[in-house]
Design a protein. Structure first.
Lengths: 294, 387, 261
């Protein structure tokens, strides 16, 4: 096929992304090497072009790793880092355990019902994320719906709002479609005759599931887990609204450093650390997607 | 090649004396008794009864939608019959789940587990039986040798050719030593040459193992080549059961005659039955129709004479007047190498198919399009059908 | 043949209940006369009335809609170009870097995107406000738009375009007359997705917005931080109703098109 000059279409989005994605990213990296200053914007050094080469030299000399050096010394950063990974990993595990039976159940229905079910799973995604998380405040708060329900059946109230458990509930709720859909995609494509062949050869229904269906769905498991884990590590809204002041996560730390403490270099350094942490899972995810596309 | 040929002859000889269905004392291995199955509005199988005997190679033949696949899936346990019994060695297995039946199936798609190697695929059924590791390994080796896949045990299904996959599927299904092996269109995915080779391999294998095979196919040639007996199905019922030659040469009705090979049907009215055979009057054949034998028919009853194309004679000079003789014009010629088929149009507009073996390389006066020709057939070539 | 077992049915039903229960509660309690979540004080539309008098909230809705429409349109145009270049452009110079930039924002935490865009606007000396939010949203949603259009374009038979050229269309004409009409549904879907994402975004907007350009999520967030407020329930219900109508309309349009085909 003759390609002609179709590649020219890349120019506008290319320039756009270079300006609004790549360049800003370099700015974050640069800022993470700067120091906090009281002036506005609150960081130093600033690149002074009017002084020419001397200005650039002064600027480069002003850069240092101070913002990074502070991170491991401050207990807050360390525990935010640890709990980000822990909470995201826990939530991913819960999502897998809850999402798999849902996706598997969906894949067992007829074609028309399957399509409707996929729509039903996607639909909540179109309603505001913030609002869906907000709804959980009313459910989880001490005098909320869950506790009044528990009181009616004579169970003691649970302290879920402003706790790590609350954050995990919120994460599981918000990310459930992102776990269910990739799992469903592999399960739905699975050849039904494989399951029949396994049963024909003497495997029970459960045996056929564990020996055939599950191993063949591992690609979906990996896709779903990465698709949820990556953004959950950097999640801000859910820990902020459901986690209370106790639950520290990296996304929230960036926000606090920036808006509350006005320590821009620290915020940038945390952002870079967050990104570096996620780099491996992101690359893994992209490699896996490329494999699926091929 | 010659070894294979001898083997084939041996098989043929063994086959001719093998006929447990003619022995009234023989107990069938599988017995369908009044089995029915309905899917919504569609009656897939209706009140069907059929016996299959130990060591038999049995073929279920019919067009798609005739219920043959449903019948096989009921035997495998993937569908439960609405009515009737399915007996395996006298025990009703109709309610048994698939995994509890000593019946294994080779799937049309092969259904090889893509995440398992060839050896793991073959071992799958053995592992379900919780056989000791050493025994599984030994049996897998044996199976690999049997289907000539030694050295490929570590390959994954996607690294195999179509023919190799077919053999893995076969090995996997026979490894746990089923009482009966079901083959669902086992050769449909192979190209013609490979299919012919594999047909003979299947027969040899079945003979060697002594396992009962039941094959489902829509390909009449395949069924005739491999099967000891075949059952022709239509709309959920068995129309005829018998040896391939028996069904081909003595079809039970016009449907079977037309489904199993090509056939010309001549309609006639019964006139008289004498020493020469049954005589019929026919609108299409001026000299009347004559069949050497047939059922008792009342005068005036209508019937059909079925004549296979290869049993029709084609003449360029008019043959002597008499019965079973008609004139026409060559409408179409299909040259197949070993055979040539001619379509001859009679004056009534009716088309008749004639097949001639190309016995010599050169013909003095070749028949060509538009030629005037005469057709005839011997009275003992015709089968009288009333349905 | 697939048949769902009781276990399959129960898991699917429980999953859907979990997804929808909070949304249903939200809608129900937006009509609660009482301020307390656990107490049903009778049916009332007082929170909707309160909402109509809340000028700040109405301003925020207006800002959000304008940001959404403009940024979604920008993102769809740029995203379609990017998809065409990626699917049909062959191996042009810089393709790897380009596709990297297109896909990276999909998985990058929002706080990082927000922070980096803010730093860009600060160094460029751009005053933060309506336009900085719009540009930021266009940048982030352009990636989603690309993915949606790209998927459709990749499955679209290139031979059709060749057939059009064979029949005398110029390459550009073939694209406009054959390919574009066929990928139009995907372009529409891309716009809807971009618009919804813009409508929904809190983090990036908070970083890149300035005085006078408070979006609805920013406004909601500051209210939510203060606790449960039935007025938010009312806004949420309106938003949910809007989305439901949109999805329903899209479904009906699609079905009518399918009927005609």
């Amino acid at each position: 096929m003759k390609r002609g000059r179709t590649w020219l279409a890349a120019i506008p989005p290319y320039l756009w992304l270079a300006l609004f994605f790549a360049l800003p990213f370099l700015l974050v990296a640069k800022l993470s090497l700067s120091d906090t200053a009281l002036a506005i914007p609150p960081y130093a050094p600033r690149l002074d072009w009017s002084r020419g080469v001397a200005g650039v030299m002064a600027f480069v000399r002003g850069l240092d790793l101070e913002a990074y050096a502070r991170l491991p010394q401050d207990r807050i950063y360390v525990s935010a880092y640890a709990s980000s990974l822990r909470i995201a990993a826990l939530a991913t595990a819960v999502l897998l355990v809850l999402g798999y039976p849902i996706a598997y159940g969906m894949s067992r229905f007829g074609p028309a019902a399957r399509q409707a079910l996929v729509m039903a799973v996607i639909l909540p995604f179109w309603t505001s994320f913030l609002i869906r998380i907000y709804a959980w405040i009313a459910i989880l708060k001490p005098a909320g719906l869950l506790n009044s329900l528990l009181a009616q059946v004579g169970l003691p109230p649970l302290q879920l709002l402003n706790s790590e458990a609350g954050v995990i509930i919120g994460l599981v709720y918000a990310y459930l479609p992102f776990m269910v859909l990739p799992l469903y995609a592999v399960l739905e494509k699975q050849d039904e005759s494989l399951l029949e062949a396994a049963q024909d050869l003497g495997a029970t229904r459960a045996g056929a599931f564990w020996q055939v269906t599950f191993p063949l769905s591992l690609r979906g498991v990996a896709a779903g887990a990465l698709l949820c884990f990556i953004p959950m590590v950097g999640e801000f809204v859910i820990p902020d609204l459901l986690g209370g002041s106790e639950t520290l996560m990296l996304g929230r730390t960036v926000w606090t450093e920036f808006f509350a403490n006005r320590d821009w270099p620290a915020a940038s350094a945390v952002a870079i650390v967050l990104l570096a942490t996620l780099l491996a899972p992101i690359l893994l995810f992209q490699r896996q997607q490329a494999k699926v596309l091929r | 090649m010659s070894a294979a040929l001898n083997e084939r002859r041996g098989v043929g000889a063994a086959r001719s004396t093998f006929a447990p269905w003619e022995d009234p004392a023989a107990r069938p291995l599988v017995s369908f008794q009044g089995v029915s199955k309905r899917f919504g509005d569609h009656q897939a199988v209706r009140g069907l009864s059929l016996d299959i005997y130990e060591r038999e190679f049995f073929a279920l033949l019919g067009p798609s939608g005739c219920g043959k696949t449903t019948l096989m899936r009921m035997l495998a346990g993937f569908e439960a019959p609405d009515e009737g019994q399915i007996l395996l060695e006298g025990r009703d297995i109709a309610r048994l789940p698939p995994h509890a039946r000593p019946v294994h199936m080779m799937f049309q798609s092969y259904a090889l587990f893509p995440h398992l190697s060839v050896a793991q695929n073959i071992a799958f059924g053995l592992k379900q039986q919780r056989l000791p590791k050493a025994e599984i390994a030994a049996r897998v080796e044996e199976m690999l040798a049997l289907v000539r896949l030694e050295g490929l045990q570590r390959r994954k299904p996607h690294e195999l050719s179509g023919g190799q996959r077919q053999r893995v599927a076969l090995a996997r299904a026979i490894a746990p030593r089923p009482r009966i092996l079901l083959l669902d269109e086992p050769l449909a995915a192979l190209d013609r040459r490979l299919r012919e080779e594999t047909q003979f391999e299947l027969m040899n294998l079945q003979h060697e193992l002594g396992v009962t095979f039941m094959i489902v196919t829509h390909d009449q040639e395949e069924a005739m080549v491999v099967a000891d007996r075949l059952a022709v199905m239509r709309e959920g019922e068995v129309v005829q059961v018998g040896r391939p030659a028996q069904v081909y040469e003595a079809p039970a009705d016009r449907y079977v005659a037309g489904f199993l090979g090509d056939v010309n049907l001549f309609e006639g009215r019964m006139e008289a039955q004498g020493a020469e055979g049954l005589r019929f009057a026919s609108a299409e054949v001026p000299g009347g129709l004559l069949a050497a034998e047939g059922p008792q028919l009342a005068p005036g009853a209508s019937a059909w004479l079925a004549v296979r194309p290869e049993k029709m004679g084609l003449h360029q000079e008019p043959p002597p007047e008499g019965a079973n003789r008609m004139a026409g014009e060559v409408h179409d010629i299909g040259y197949l190498g070993d055979w040539t088929t001619y379509v001859v149009e009679l004056s009534s507009g009716r088309r008749v198919k004639v097949a001639r073996a190309n016995a010599s390389r050169q013909v003095e006066r070749p028949v060509s399009w538009g030629d005037k020709v005469w057709l005839s057939f011997a009275p003992d070539s015709a089968v009288v059908l009333v349905r | 043949m697939r048949r769902p077992s009781t276990f399959n049915r129960v898991s699917v039903a429980a999953g859907l209940a979990f997804l929808y229960a909070p949304i249903v509660l939200l809608v129900v309690y937006s009509f609660n006369a009482s301020r307390l979540v656990t107490v049903w004080g009778g049916f009332s539309t007082r929170w909707y009335a309160a909402l109509l008098r809340d000028q700040q909230m109405l301003d925020a809705i207006w800002v959000t809609l304008r940001v959404g429409v403009i940024s979604a349109t920008l993102a769809t145009v740029l995203g379609t170009l990017a998809a065409v270049a990626l699917v049909r452009g062959g191996r042009f110079r810089g393709r790897t870097a380009f596709s990297g930039m297109v896909y990276a924002p999909l998985v990058m935490p929002e706080v990082i995107l927000g922070l980096s865009l803010l730093l860009l606007f600060v160094s460029l000396g751009l005053p933060r406000g309506f336009w900085t939010v719009t540009l930021s949203h266009a940048t982030v949603t352009l990636c989603y738009a690309t993915v949606v259009v790209q998927a459709r374009l990749a499955s679209f038979d290139g031979a059709l375009e060749e057939a059009a050229q064979d029949l005398g269309c110029s390459p550009a004409g073939a694209f406009l007359r054959v390919t574009l009409p066929n990928i139009a549904p995907a372009i529409a879907a891309a716009w809807m997705l971009a618009f919804t994402l813009s409508l929904d975004d809190l983090v990036i907007a908070s970083f890149t917005s300035g005085p006078g350009a408070t979006t609805l999520p920013m406004r909601l967030y500051s209210q939510v931080r203060l606790g449960v407020n039935p007025e938010i329930n009312a806004v949420s219900t309106l938003l949910i109703g809007l989305v439901t109508l949109g999805v329903l309309a899209a479904y009906l349009v699609q079905r009518r098109r399918a009927d005609r085909a």
